[in-house]
Design a binder for this molecule. Structure first.
Ligand SMILES: [Zn+2]
Length: 293
């Protein structure tokens, strides 16, 4: 995204370092993400939009799509592979080769709408994964859980007319992108939280709103838009969660997946910009998904 941008390569290095230092690396099987095909992207994006992103990809330098969102010569390739990670993760988890999968990807995806890049996002990775479960694997009920501190406007934009997909989310409000409050569709459970809410308020929202909705939907697979920018150390927001909250919410979602979805969980990285907090929080998340029991 350019120098000094918070959505930076060091984010993935911070995660890798922490997984090693936490002793979790030995519990993880690594896969290389393939590029998503145009047809896979077109399940959730307009073909004209995909063509526009391809055309806007610069040969050199930084090209801004909006004031927050930029591309360099590698961004299109990275975005294709980020979306492809969600496709491969879906194949691995639905086939049973893996119980759960975490996609350590950049750029993130949940702000990307059907025909619009925004908020550091080019293609909506979690939506591409969920659409793959529906179209390629014939699943009938999918849940997308979004605990990024920002509202997943893109995922809502893509699935708000599709009752096969339930989206449950918490997000700080008011905060970018200032959406999620006006007339959400019946399959969207949006819980805005005010700045400073903290662990107790977040956990109450999950227990009171997410878990009942997930029980009613009975998803056959659970996707997580795993943003870690609700952490109290994050420089972009102020929701004041701590490392343990990410372990706690992961355990709650594992229980949901065990009950309805044969344990299938595909989690994909969204935000999280305080590097130490990001690494620690992802480690808590992955310890629950894949670590020793
Ligand atoms: Zn975010």
């Amino acid at each position: 995204m350019g120098p000094y941008h918070p959505e930076c390569p060091d984010r993935l290095h911070a995660i890798s370092d922490r997984l090693i230092s936490a002793g979790l690396d030995a519990w993880i099987r690594r896969y290389s993400a393939p590029a998503a095909s145009r047809d896979q992207l077109a399940r959730v994006h307009a073909r004209e939009y995909i063509a526009t992103i391809e055309a806007e990809s610069p040969a050199s330098g930084i090209h801004f799509l909006d004031p927050d969102t930029a591309m360099n010569e590698h961004s299109l390739t990275a975005a294709r592979h980020a979306a492809g990670a969600a496709v491969l993760a879906t194949d691995l988890v639905v086939s049973g080769e893996c119980a759960t999968a975490f996609c350590a990807v950049r750029p993130p995806g949940h702000h990307a709408e059907r025909d619009r890049a925004m908020g550091f996002c080019l293609f909506n990775n979690v939506a591409v994964g969920a659409a793959h479960a529906l179209v390629a694997h014939g699943l009938e009920r999918v849940a997308i859980v979004d605990f990024d501190v920002h509202h997943g406007n893109g995922t809502e934009n893509i699935f708000s007319t599709d009752p096969r997909v339930l989206m449950v989310s918490t997000f700080q409000h008011p905060l970018y992108p200032y959406s999620g409050l006006d007339n959400p569709a019946a399959n969207m459970v949006n819980i805005p939280l005010s700045a400073g809410t903290g662990s107790a308020g977040f956990r109450d929202a999950v227990r009171d709103h997410w878990l009942p909705a997930l029980a009613r939907h009975r998803p056959e697979i659970v996707y997580i838009s795993a943003g870690f920018d609700a952490h109290r150390e994050d420089p972009l927001a102020g929701l004041k969660l701590v490392d343990d909250d990410f372990g706690w919410v992961t355990r709650e979602l594992i229980a949901v997946a065990a009950k309805y979805a044969r344990g299938r969980i595909v989690s994909t990285l969204e935000g999280g910009y305080g590097l130490s907090a990001l690494g620690r929080s992802v480690a808590e998340h992955i310890r629950e998904l894949a670590g020793p029991r």
